[in-house]
Design a protein around this ligand. Structure first.
Ligand code: ATR
Length: 294
C-alpha cells in the first residue's frame, strides 16, 4: 500500500484504550482513508485509566476529529460527553466519540454494527426468539439492537446472575414492550432451549484467543435444531462455538460483520462519507490471519 504523507493538514482520529495494541481499528480506518483518498490518519493511543481526563482534553487541544474507545474506558468516558446517542445512553457505553466545536458527542456503533451485520446476512430480527449468552458490554449492544428491531423474546444467560438482572432491568426500562428475562448460564438451562429459541448469540469472551480451545456452549448439551448460532467473537473467526454448530448442521454467523460495521458507522460519523466496507472487511481478515490468534 502506498505510504501517505502526514502533514499539519492531516485530520486526526484514533483509538483510546489500555491496551490498544490488539485493536483492528487502526488498520481498518487507515486502509479506508487511503482507499477513498482522504488526508486523514488513525492513531492508536494507549491511555491509562488515571490519564483519561487529560487525554480527552488533549484530544480537543490537538484538534482530533474523534476517537474510538475500547476497554477499559467505554463507561468512564460517558460523563465527559455533551451529548449521547440513544444507543450509548441505553447501553451505558460509548465506543465512538465525535468532537465538534470542542464538544464531545458519544455513540455506540457496536449496536448499529450488530444490526447491520444481521441484515447483511438476510435476517429480520422482528419476531425472533433469541438466547443471548453473556451480560457484558457486547451483550448490551446486541440486546439494544434486538429490542429496537422488535425481537419477539430475549433471554439472557449469564454466569453472574446479578449482572444479567441489572442488564434486564436497564433494557426493560428503555424498551417496556420487549419480553426480556434472564437465566443462569449452565447445562440445565441451555438444555431446555430446543423449540423455544430461533437464535443463540455468544457475547461472552469464551472462545476468544488465547482461550480458543474453550466454548461457551457446554459439551454435554446438544445443539438445539433449527436455530442459528451467532458468535460476536472475531479472533478467531471460526470459533469452537461455530464449529460445533456447523457439525450439528445449523447455520452460523461469525463476528466479522459486526466488527466491520461498527468501524463503518464511526467512519461515516467522522468523515460524513460512506465507508468503503469491502476494503475494511478485507483488511480485518488479513490482519486476523497475519497477527492475531489464527
Ligand atoms: P464485553 O464488553 O466484551 O462484553 P465484559 O463486559 O467483560 O466484556 O463481559 C464479558 C462477558 O463474558 C460477561 O457476561 C462474563 O460473565 P460474568 O458477568 O459472569 O463475568 C462472560 N464470561 C467471561 N468469561 C466467562 C467464562 N469463563 N464463563 C462464562 N462466562 C464468561
Amino acid at each position: 500500500m502506498k505510504q501517505r504523507q502526514i502533514t499539519d493538514k492531516t485530520r486526526l482520529v484514533g483509538v483510546i484504550g489500555w491496551p490498544v495494541d490488539d485493536s483492528l481499528n487502526p488498520a481498518m480506518h487507515n486502509a479506508a482513508f487511503t482507499e477513498i483518498g482522504l488526508d486523514w490518519a488513525y492513531i492508536p493511543l494507549p491511555v491509562q485509566p488515571q490519564q483519561l481526563d487529560q487525554a480527552l482534553k488533549g484530544l480537543v487541544a490537538l484538534n482530533f476529529v474523534g476517537v474510538n474507545v475500547v476497554a477499559p474506558h467505554q463507561q468512564a468516558v460517558m460523563r465527559y460527553m455533551d451529548e449521547l446517542s440513544d444507543a450509548a445512553r441505553i447501553t451505558g457505553a460509548v465506543n465512538t466519540i465525535h468532537i465538534q466545536d470542542r464538544k464531545f458527542y458519544g455513540y455506540n456503533t457496536d449496536a448499529a454494527g450488530f444490526l447491520n451485520a444481521m441484515q447483511e446476512v438476510g435476517y429480520d430480527l422482528q419476531g425472533l426468539r433469541v438466547a443471548v449468552l453473556g451480560a457484558g458490554g457486547a451483550a448490551r449492544a446486541a440486546i439494544f439492537s434486538l429490542a429496537s428491531a422488535r425481537a419477539e423474546r430475549i433471554t439472557v444467560f449469564n454466569r453472574t446472575s446479578e449482572r444479567a438482572a441489572f442488564l434486564v432491568d436497564d433494557l426493560t426500562e428503555a424498551f417496556p414492550a420487549s419480553r426480556l428475562s434472564f437465566e443462569p448460564l449452565n447445562s440445565e438451562t441451555l438444555a431446555a432451549l430446543p423449540g423455544k429459541v430461533d437464535m443463540v448469540i455468544n457475547t461472552t469472551s469464551v472462545g476468544m484467543h488465547p482461550q480458543s480451545a474453550t466454548c461457551p456452549w457446554p459439551a454435554d448439551v446438544p445443539i438445539p435444531p433449527d436455530t442459528i448460532f451467532y458468535d460476536l467473537v472475531y479472533n478467531p473467526l471460526d470459533t469452537l462455538f461455530l464449529q460445533r454448530a456447523r457439525v450439528a448442521g445449523i447455520r452460523t454467523i461469525d463476528g466479522l460483520g459486526m466488527l466491520v460495521y461498527q468501524g463503518a458507522f464511526a467512519f461515516k460519523e467522522w468523515t460524513g462519507r460512506p465507508a468503503p466496507v469491502e476494503v475494511m472487511r478485507q483488511v480485518c481478515v488479513q490482519e486476523l490471519e497475519l497477527h492475531l490468534g489464527l
